[in-house]
Design a binder for this molecule. Structure first.
Ligand SMILES: [Zn+2]
Length: 166
């Protein structure tokens, strides 16, 4: 049969969640207090149909990759390494976080996930997860995919979407 349109596949399972703590900085001198969210992730990949099986990408594999990514940051304090107002340093088994030059938090290292982002907004988390998913897809030699989209929801009906063409 002829396929006139475009295809994508998407996963948003009840285990694609990460219950994590964070805080974000705002413009000026405002910084949130530490709090948590039950974040939910949804991944969509666009691509050509695999001519042998008539699907874009194997759901089982996509679910596994996303689960690995969510598990990595589940039950952690998410800390941004590229925020100009925050200074995140490691000292023995601890992570120290200073805001505007003053020590604000000291966390056990094992409970932290240090992330290469400027702020742990859902926008930045979505972009980071998309990059990590792309790396996993590249590593396994996935072909025919044309775009990745990640949605991260921090509350019901409150989410950010990052989309990247491959
Ligand atoms: Zn928050």
């Amino acid at each position: 049969m002829e396929h006139r349109g475009d295809f994508s596949v998407s996963v948003a399972k009840d285990y694609l969640v990460f219950a994590s703590a964070h805080f974000i900085t705002f413009a000026g001198h405002r910084c949130e207090g530490l709090h948590g969210h039950n974040y939910r992730a949804r991944a969509t990949v666009d691509g050509a149909l695999d001519p042998d099986v008539w699907f874009v990408f194997d759901f089982v594999v996509l679910k596994r990759l996303m689960r690995e990514l969510c598990d990595e940051i589940d039950h952690k304090v998410l800390l941004p390494l590229e925020n100009p107002k925050l200074h995140v340093t490691e000292e023995d088994d601890a992570v120290l976080v200073a805001y505007d030059g003053r020590l604000r938090y000291r966390f056990p290292r094992v409970d932290c996930s240090l992330l290469p982002v400027p702020n742990t907004t859902v926008e930045m988390l979505a972009e980071m997860l998309a990059g990590r998913l792309r790396a996993k897809l590249d590593a396994m030699g996935a072909r025919g995919l044309t775009a990745i989209e990640i949605e991260v929801e921090e509350n019901f009906g409150q989410s950010a979407v990052y989309r990247e063409k491959l």
